[in-house]
Design a protein. Structure first.
Lengths: 373, 328, 579
């Protein structure tokens, strides 16, 4: 029974509401999950065109800006009467005369305005065309803006984090997609046919699930030659992650298939003369696709964490590829992070992304079955 | 019951073989072998190794044999005399290198498991019983946060805080004076004072997921009719909670050992590398990088075996506490 | 004991006045019980009767303050007056207070509908009984154990010394309810609240449990508040009756008055619906007699269906005439559902033939059909399922559900399909304007009509109806039964009507087959089998059915059928068990 009172919708609308509509109504009541949904969408938009959101060329090195600290962006300027507009000030490097420690201070005499949708470095949009329009652009390229500071080689951490979103977020999706293919096919076979096939596949799934993933990944990743091109490396890492990730999804699919096989409406469909293919695609698949979507959403953050861990250990993606795990390698050294704690920003990005996806998946899972309240 | 345990134990044999084969294949995967790596290292320091030396090295390590022969030689060595082969890099038997590190890995994993349970169980029950209370929201927020922070990042942040705020180095499992000392009460005590930090780091993420598991289990059990029956008997709310729904929600909780242990061991690998703990992980990483195949293979095998034993224990525990499994 | 309510100067044991129990919901406040008043005298039985959603169960739970969250007592009083002159208003006590906990299980005990889920799966039965004794009677472990064994003996559980250490899942359904009763009666309560305690049980087991409760009630001198939807049970056990509908009392009075001089139209409808099942349906009385010389449309010969070692069907032979309604009756586990599903070829029969005579006179064996031929036969043999919720895909609109057989068999599509669906919905009494709605927008009775529309879509000749009305409330049940008979006249259908309810069989069927443990023990004219059966099992079954007349309370004629010379599987198993 659908608990119509719970979704707060007039009965007339609920009467003709499809499964997805009911799920959406249930999901919308989950406020945190809604926030997570917006954050997730925003992050994937950034990942789609990171160049547009970046400020400085993420690979541009500059010895003069090594460990340059983050700068503040100001809105109101009162130095010369009142004026409103986004701007920042370049930092002046001074040394403490006693301790010789470096001190950065804002040079308020040189106001640099920020232009929205201004011009900057050239980048490619999805490999389709090149442009140099950025959301945020400085008007003085010789004194760049470092929102999150700069790293050991003077590269802009903010732009690198934005650029890293592309690899880190997509590796989760691609990896889960491969896992899903394996999981749905094997889990489906196991659950649909049952019997001996099911028994064997069940044992395999149990076995894979009992393996400690990271040592296995490490061993597999260590087998990858170092010199491979970045795209091949990327594919290999996703495949390695999926090789252990499919089992969880296969188990979910199998469980759903088994319980659906005994549903009366499936028996009824069979008696209606519905073909096996149509039973699977018209009756069974719609019944568990929402659960699959929820499980997949919960699997993506695990993949992101896995890639981050592997790259962090130096066995995943290799520089010059930019991913959050690769960026975190910069923070491996206690001395680096002691001088430049802003190197943790890529870690913060990981935490936000994973948290948003987890909350989203949790909300989806709660809303996935509108008929069993 | 005995039959169940016997069946479960019997099942361990093919599993262990599968794991050992997997471990062996994994360490064989890299193109080339240790000798290639060795020659490359020497070449980097301008030493030239002639073909004869390379061939004799290969001969010595049996690297020329077909894969299956090498595997059987390896596994036979392990089974018959506990010989895991020779570490090329350390030039000594693998068995001399691994046991203390494996033991510390196990200590770390079990300590984290206990910590995880001790924290997650009461919080999960509380969250379910006081659903949608302020406390529940706080614990839920904590668990989502804990799920989202990679353990190595947590380790890094803690190291940073300790170094910058307190000027301390928190890595390792022993104080410098005990690192090479032989085992003693004092060394054990020293271990305890160092163990808590990695244990907490590891426990955070697993606690987070276990709180969710326990909360969901409890929420499943709380509306069941047998709870109403117990209430209708006049039991106090606390007593009936402990005796009935919690007791029954514990069963799926026990089965979490099966995946919690692999997770903890997995997580401990990265954390151990960051914190430079003398567990298996840093040596495994080093061995993998250097293609020191027998050393790496021994670690992968033993770590996998450990998790298999974990799931064996959880299955047996489950049968012990759940009469439905024991008697059906 | 049924004719007069004694007017004692004593206060009644329980006096409920103007009770309101409500559930605050997102959309407002739902009053599950609204301004209800009744009393229970010591040693007497009050039956609260009503259909689903009437608030009868909430009433029972309000007394012990164990209402499911977020329900709460909003107003009213529940005075409990004990023999020692003490009075306490249960409605004023906090649900978690020590005061109410001392009353629960000691002064007032409760048993529930589902004995399996109401007992803990991981504690022994003995553990759960001794717990009450130790809690309220402060017994030692050993005392409590001895007392528990003696209680199990009193509720007639065989080998109580061993049974005490077993788990609920090792008991049969009837035994579980006995264990629940033993637990409830452990502290000799003054009032036993029984919430549909026999609904999940077979009719023969029900009779035994009712007898047991009556016997213990007499020997303990306790009052019983009995919640049920079954007017037959009410007639057999009640002193007073409270009829509830949508949370309010419709009628309240002595059982004699309720059954023989009902005042309220709703009460009259409830009683009328039970009395209707005492005879043939009116529609059938008007029909010309069946042509018994016609060749059977379906002949089942020596059909067996084994699942592993379980012989669900064992050498069953029966035939069905064109236009006939053949009833199959039996208790749970008798194989009647397996029979329906085997005929539909949802299983592959282990042995035997099912000869189906097509409209052109040719005969096919359904047991051997495969592929296209089976598909073709299934167009003419259709099924109506028991569960009106599970048998409709919740993700398809009603039009899609009803139209699917037409679509997949390539009979109609597009506009023509839509027109056929509209026509079918009208035929089963549904408004075709609702065809774009999803099943969740329909009530149980309406859903069953959708299921029937789907069954007649392909112009079938035989319909197998498996407990088609068991899940429905009595008020709806007759509408669906009458619809089936109307369609039978319109479409010349033959029915195989599977039911556990002899009354429904008597109302609907021309002939009836009685099943017991996979075997067909008796086949004959419905009138004869339902009134004067030959086989001792059928006789026992009939004797166990509670007669809906309080003047006809003769428990002595009831008896249990024991199969001659069979080995019982386990000493503790007895009565019905889950399938």
């Amino acid at each position: 029974m659908v608990d119509i009172s719970a979704v707060n919708i007039q009965p007339d609308r609920a009467a003709v509401a499809s499964q997805w509509q009911l799920i959406w109504w249930a999901f919308k009541r989950h406020r945190l999950a809604m926030i997570a949904l917006f954050v997730t969408i925003a992050m994937y938009i950034v990942a789609l065109v990171p160049g547009f959101f970046a400020i400085n060329d993420p690979v541009l090195q500059n010895a003069r800006t090594t460990f340059h600290p983050p700068q503040r962006v100001h809105l109101i300027d009162t130095t010369n009467g009142l004026s409103i507009g986004l701007h920042y000030y370049p930092l002046k490097l001074t040394r403490d005369p006693q301790t010789l420690a470096t001190i950065y201070t804002e040079d308020t005499s040189r106001k640099i305005p920020i232009r929205l949708f201004g011009r900057g470095y050239e980048y490619s949009v999805l490999g389709l065309f090149d442009t140099n329009i950025h959301l945020i652009a400085t008007t003085d390229p010789s004194r760049p803006l470092f929102l999150f500071g700069a790293d050991r080689l003077g590269r802009d951490v903010y732009s690198r984090v934005v650029q890293g979103a592309q690899i880190s977020l997509s590796i989760g999706l691609v990896g889960v997609f491969i896992s899903l293919l394996l999981g749905v096919v094997l889990g489906g076979i196991s659950g649909y046919y049952g019997g001996r096939i099911d028994f064997v596949l069940q044992r395999v799934i149990d076995f894979v699930l009992s393996l400690p993933t990271i040592p296995i990944w490490l061993a597999m990743a260590a087998a990858l030659p170092q010199g491979w091109p970045a795209t091949v490396q990327y594919m290999m890492i996703t495949i390695i992650l999926s090789l252990t990730g499919w089992a969880q999804l296969a188990r979910v699919v199998r469980g759903r298939f088994l319980s659906l096989r005994t549903e009366e409406f499936v028996a009824a469909a069979r008696l209606d003369g519905v073909s096996e293919g149509r039973i699977i695609f018209r009756h069974m698949l719609p019944s568990f696709s929402s659960h699959i979507i929820a499980s997949v959403t919960l699997a993506v953050p695990a993949m992101i964490l896995a890639e981050t861990s592997l790259s962090f250990l130096g066995l995943g993606l290799q520089p010059p590829t930019i991913s959050w795990g690769v960026l975190l390698r910069e923070a491996q050294n206690i001395r680096s992070i002691a001088t430049a704690p802003w190197l943790f920003m890529s870690g913060a990005a990981v935490v936000i992304a994973v948290m948003a996806l987890n909350l989203l998946g949790d909300g989806l899972r709660d809303a996935a079955d509108p008929y069993n309240k | 019951m005995l039959k169940f345990i016997a069946k479960r134990l019997l099942w361990m044999i093919p599993s262990l073989f599968a794991v050992s084969f997997l471990a062996f294949v994994l360490i064989q995967l890299p193109p080339g072998d240790y000798v290639t790596t060795y020659i490359a290292t020497l070449a980097a320091s301008n030493e030239i190794v002639d073909q004869n030396t390379a061939a004799s090295l290969r001969e010595r390590f049996g690297l020329g044999d077909p894969l299956m022969i090498q595997y059987f030689k390896w596994i036979w060595g392990i089974l018959s005399r506990g010989d895991f082969g020779i570490s090329f890099e350390w030039q000594q038997p693998v068995s001399g290198l691994i046991w203390e590190r494996m033991a510390l890995t196990l200590v770390l994993a079990v300590a984290s498991l206990i910590a995880t349970w001790a924290i997650a169980l009461p919080i999960g029950v509380y969250s379910a019983v006081r659903k949608y209370s302020i406390g529940d929201y706080m614990f839920t927020a904590f668990s989502f946060f804990g799920l989202s922070v990679p353990s190595f990042l947590l380790a890094l942040v803690l190291m940073y805080v300790a170094a910058v705020q307190f000027g301390q180095n928190v890595g390792g499992l022993f104080s410098p004076e005990y690192e090479t000392a032989s085992w003693s009460i004092a060394k054990m005590f020293d271990l305890m004072t160092h163990l808590w930090l990695p244990v907490i780091i590891l426990a955070v993420s697993s606690t987070a997921s276990l709180i969710r598991v326990m909360r969901a289990n409890m929420l499943d059990e709380l509306p069941k009719p047998y709870v109403t029956t117990a209430r209708a008997k006049g039991l106090s709310e606390f007593r009936l909670l402990i005796k009935y729904p919690m007791r029954i929600a514990l069963n799926p909780f026990i089965s979490t050992i099966a995946w919690l242990l692999p997770n903890l061991i997995s997580g401990s690998v990265v954390v151990a590398i960051v914190l430079n703990l003398p567990t298996a992980a840093p040596l495994l990483l080093q061995a993998l990088m250097a293609q020191d195949m027998y050393l790496a293979g021994a670690f992968v095998l033993l770590i996998c075996a450990l998790t298999l034993i974990g799931s064996l224990i959880s299955d047996i525990l489950l049968a012990l506490v759940d009469p439905r499994i024991r008697l059906e | 004991m049924s004719d007069i309510v004694p007017m004692t100067p004593r206060k009644p044991l329980l006096d409920v006045r103007n009770l309101v129990t409500q559930f605050p919901l997102r959309t407002g406040i739902f009053k599950a019980v609204d301004n209800l008043s009744f009393t229970i005298e010591a040693g007497k039985t009050l039956c609260v009767v009503g259909e689903s959603g009437s608030g009868k169960s909430v009433t029972a739970r309000s007394i012990l303050q164990i209402i499911d969250s977020p329900g709460e007592i909003a107003s009213g009083s529940i005075m409990l007056n004990t023999a020692d002159g003490l009075s306490v208003d249960l409605a004023k006590l906090h649900p978690r207070s020590k005061a109410i906990r001392n009353i629960r299980g000691r002064d007032i005990a409760m048993i529930f509908q589902e004995p399996m889920s109401s007992l803990s799966p991981v504690h022994t039965v003995g553990d759960q009984i001794t717990e009450v004794l130790r809690l309220h009677m402060k017994m030692t472990k050993a005392e409590a154990r001895n007392e528990a064994i003696s209680l199990l003996r009193q509720v007639e559980i065989p080998n109580p010394e061993q049974a005490i250490d077993r788990y609920a899942f090792q008991y049969s359904g009837g035994m579980r309810q006995r264990a629940m009763i033993a637990m409830a009666l452990a502290c000799r309560p003054k009032l036993l609240i029984a919430d549909e305690p026999t609904t999940a049980l077979d009719v023969t087991t029900q009779a035994e449990i009712l007898d047991l409760i009556a016997r213990l009630q007499k020997s303990f001198g306790m009052a019983v508040l009995f919640i049920t939807h079954d007017m037959g049970v009410v007639a057999q056990i009640a002193d007073d009756v409270l009829v509830m509908h949508h949370g309010v009392a419709k009628e309240y009075g002595p059982v004699e008055q309720i059954f023989h001089a009902p005042q309220d139209p709703y009460t009259r409808m409830l009683i009328g619906s039970v009395l209707k099942l005492e005879q043939k349906a009116e529609i059938r009385l008007a029909r010309p007699p069946l042509d018994t010389s016609a060749k059977p449309i379906l002949e089942v010969r020596n059909l067996s269906q084994h699942f592993g070692t379980l012989k669900a069907l064992d050498d069953v032979s029966i035939s069905l005439l064109p236009g006939e309604t053949l009833g199959i009756v039996g208790e749970s586990g008798s194989g009647k559902t397996t029979m329906g599903r085997a005929i539909m070829r949802l299983y592959d029969p282990t042995a035997g033939e099912m000869l189906y005579r097509k409209a052109d006179g040719s005969v096919v064996d359904l047991a051997r059909l495969e592929g296209a031929a089976l598909k073709e036969a299934r167009r003419e043999l259709r099924m109506v399922f028991q569960d009106p919720f599970g048998s409709l895909n919740p993700r398809m609109t009603v039009a899609q559900v009803i139209g699917e057989p037409l679509l997949v068999n390539g009979i109609a599509r597009g506009k023509e399909l839509d027109e056929r669906v509209c026509h079918l919905m009208e035929q089963v009494g549904l408004d075709p304007r609702g065809r774009e709605r999803y099943p969740h927008a329909f009530s149980g009775g309406q859903r069953q009509r959708i299921g029937i529309a789907r069954a007649i879509t392909l112009k079938p000749r035989i319909i197998v109806a498996d407990e088609a009305t068991s899940a429905l409330d009595v008020s709806v049940r007759f509408q669906v039964l009458d619809l089936l008979m109307k369609l039978q006249d319109e479409l010349q259908l033959a029915y195989i009507f599977i039911s556990h309810d002899i009354g429904v069989i008597r109302y609907m069927c021309d002939r009836v087959g009685v099943m017991y443990r996979g075997k067909l023990v008796e086949v004959g004219e419905a009138e004869k089998v339902c009134n004067a059966p030959d086989h001792p099992y059928t006789q026992a079954l009939l004797s166990a059915i509670p007669r809906p007349d309080p003047r006809d309370r003769d428990r002595s004629r009831r008896f249990r059928y024991t199969e001659p010379a069979t080995i019982s599987s386990s000493p503790i198993k007895n009565g019905s068990s889950a399938r």
